[in-house]
Design a protein around this ligand. Sequence first.
Ligand code: NAP
Ligand code: F7E
Length: 330
Amino acid sequence: MPRALITGITGQDGLYLSELLLAKGYEVYGLIRGQNNPKQAVVERIVPDVQLISGDLTDLPSLQRAMGEARPDEVYNLGAISYVAYSWDNPAVTTQVTGQGVLNMLEATRTYAGDDVSSVRFYQASSSEMFGKAQEVPQRETTLLWPRSPYAVAKVFGHYLTINYRESYGMHATCGMLFNHESPRRGAEFVTRKVCMAAARISLGLQDSLGLGNLEARRDWGFAGDYVEAMWRMLQQPQPDNYVIATGVTHSIRDLLDVAFDAVGIEDWTPYVRHDESQIRPAEVDHLIGDASKAQEVLGWTPTVTFEELVQMMVAAELDELAVTRSLVE
Ligand code: NAP
Ligand code: F7E
């Protein structure tokens, strides 16, 4: 039975990846931080077979201990401070977790693997945010990186360090350069979930309005369930490498609003949406759109969920959740 250690187990991708690996017969270990993490109950409910190990990406000894406990064949480093807007307000902690945390995980993996360093396969969650001020459209594995936020700078550090450990020590260390991926499990601070929650609540009269920042921002949005499949396929390759994972299609926040409000029967969302200046970022990323043709050729990976299907799925999940809450209250 193969063994996997996942950091970021309480996050969106950690949950989907756990489900995928458990279904494939893996023994799955998840790193969980904090002395009483409120999300532990969520993990235990959704993936009760995952074995949780206490540890923090900023604490190397805890990661070394986690390695010894999990004895992994595959390590998926998904843990990070992942909210881009937060990273301007908290650049030092973002650098420590999202950047230095990668160094800690690589070191813990390398020292655990010992002489047979390539025997443990390592996945680093790199991000399309690294392309930032895009120097080429669409972006591919070789596109020059031009990060535009403290989060993206930390991701660039982790990305190049992973490549460096591959080249320096012969580690089987792979970077997935993933574009935005969403789901009903997306954190409520991210724009897709925020809009889908608001559309559902407004349609039921539970909320009056929705404050948003830049409505012209565009993203290449896919479904998280598809993207964790790509992570797994990357680690099944004989050689480590870098792969862009994306749909190749972009949409604006306006498109997101159109589909989400349409899904609850509201044709015109403009009366409900107000401008929230606090959501405007010090720097935006310009034109992010991914070219995943390498992943298609080498991994046989293609996305299966369209943007419209994704948003409809997320709105439907919000409505289901609200119906459950209401039935409990009544
Ligand atoms: P997420 O939902 O924000 O989850 C982040 C995870 O990191 C959570 O489990 C969180 O744990 C954990 N974490 C935070 N600080 C930690 C620390 N000091 N020590 C250990 N764990 C810590 O993110 P996601 O959407 O699943 O994304 C997974 C990874 O892919 C992240 O690295 C993200 O930056 C990257 N990525 C995401 C996307 C996307 O569109 N989703 C695209 C490209 C790359 P707590 O619950 O305890 O906070
Ligand atoms: O913003 C605009 C905002 O926070 C998307 C992370 O998973 O994907 C994610 O980062 C866009 C931005 O995601 C609001 O200005 C407008 O242009 O949903 P987001 P993100 O910044 O793209 C990448 C690939 C990652 O790696 C990250 O970890 O939406 N926007 N109004 C807003 N965004 C938010 N959050 N809230 C608003 O009210």
